[in-house]
Design a protein around this ligand. Sequence first.
Ligand code: ZN
Length: 266
Amino acid sequence: MEENQHPLNPYMAKILNSLAQNQRQPDSSTTYNGSSTLAACDLANLDCRVCNNTGYVTRTDENGCQWARECECMNQRRSIRRINGSGLQDMVKRYSFENYETPTEKHKLIKEKAIQFTRIPVECFVIVGRSGSGKTHICTAICNELMSGGWNLKYMMWRTEAAELKAMVNEREEYKRRINQLRNVPVLYIDDFWKGTVTDADINLAFTILNDRYNMKNKKTIISTEMSMEKILEKDEAIGGRISERAKGFVLQAPDENWRLKDRYD
Ligand SMILES: [Zn+2]
């Protein structure tokens, strides 16, 4: 081998390659596309003295050849990026499995099932209950756990996002882009699904998103709603049927009473 021909080991080459690739990619495509890339934001959100925030550590061997390996801080950086890209960055700080209180058997079951959902290949988790029953807490804790495990995730507050999407009749490209995100993201958390009046447009939108997710493998969908499964089925059999089939054993009823008056609970 000629000197200087391969001054770096393959790992270094991979790192530099993915850095270069990230610089070429527009924002929208880097948000959800996997955990192996090194975006500039990965390097800005943590202070690491080991690599001086370069993301890699180098050493020079006895032949003067430079070797590099990825720094340990990169996993943490990816996790932070995942959370920041999810829309849940403020909520994950507040809601975890650790601080989900279980004063009743019902709460215990919900927590147990939620943890189980993060560990096995079940595709859908549904929690039904009134406002104040801790739905958001348990769903956010699931999201937190999944993101720590490397899953990319998107948070969708149904009422707000559905209204925006339904108003996008004249912006086909933007509409398509946003719908595709919701369809393709590995984990989608729909908060307060079908809250308020459910119109035909809501039914169509839900079908567009959920039917594709239903047909794809390795997707997880987390749904919190005030509407019972019976009511969802009544509104639309196809959507209700798909949800209940994929969530078999993971459709849970949150304790009905406003068991504690805590303003942050939803
Ligand atoms: Zn580092």
